[in-house]
Design a protein around this ligand. Sequence first.
Ligand code: ADP
Ligand code: MG
Length: 245
Amino acid sequence: MAVDPLIELRDVNKHFGQLHVLRDINLVVGRGEVVVVIGPSGSGKSTLCRAMNRLETIESGRITIDGQPLPEEGKALAKLRADVGMVFQSFNLFAHKTVLANVSLGPVKVRGLKKEDAERRSRELLDRVGLADQASKFPAQLSGGQQQRVAIARALAMDPKVMLFDEPTSALDPEMINEVLEVMQQLAAEGMTMVVVTHEMGFARSAANRVVFMADGRIIEDRSPDDFFTDPETDRAKDFLSKIL
Ligand code: ADP
Ligand code: MG
């Protein structure tokens, strides 16, 4: 599968002060691949995601997206962030803008679309995530599950090469988790390249091509979901799975 690499991390290291949060990370995500990242709290999963669109800098090693090193600043960095869509646990919508504006502003500003074209496309995306009738509402008028689907539509509106999800359902009430996972399943089925940090093992089993297990800043397993769940190799993974399954 990794014959056509879209994301490559080579020997990536990152500290926060004394804390070594990413240790010699090597990871290749192929085009169209869905990689689920799991591991205990504090193991470096969010930092790994954030490094991929340069929300965090790294101290050594190399990260490339579609063969290009991550740009440092300016327009190139804005374009990178559009190419690498990110969905966070806390939806991060613009509270004072309508749902439609939340989705359509980025494409106008960063991709240079005309407002009416961006809005037409945004309505299509809102329809795709099941929110066609919510376009003129404000985020606070929506449920958490709806807000998270707006956040997904907003990232998709940039026409990203890859989507990163950092615990997208962790802040949601249980009854809203599935509506978000279903949108993600659909994206995966359509061939979107995805890196997903999640504790939703059902999603990992059904959508992931690979499961990456992190502990203490290292990737200690990188395997098919079947192999990982039926026969974890490391004690850390066994211990982790026994606590969450
Ligand atoms: P995870 O997402 O797996 O829970 P994180 O990547 O958020 O882990 O964090 C890895 C480690 O780095 C944790 O010990 C966390 O407390 C620490 N950390 C994360 N962000 C910062 C920061 N901005 N400054 C200092 N320490 C941080
Ligand atoms: Mg995290």
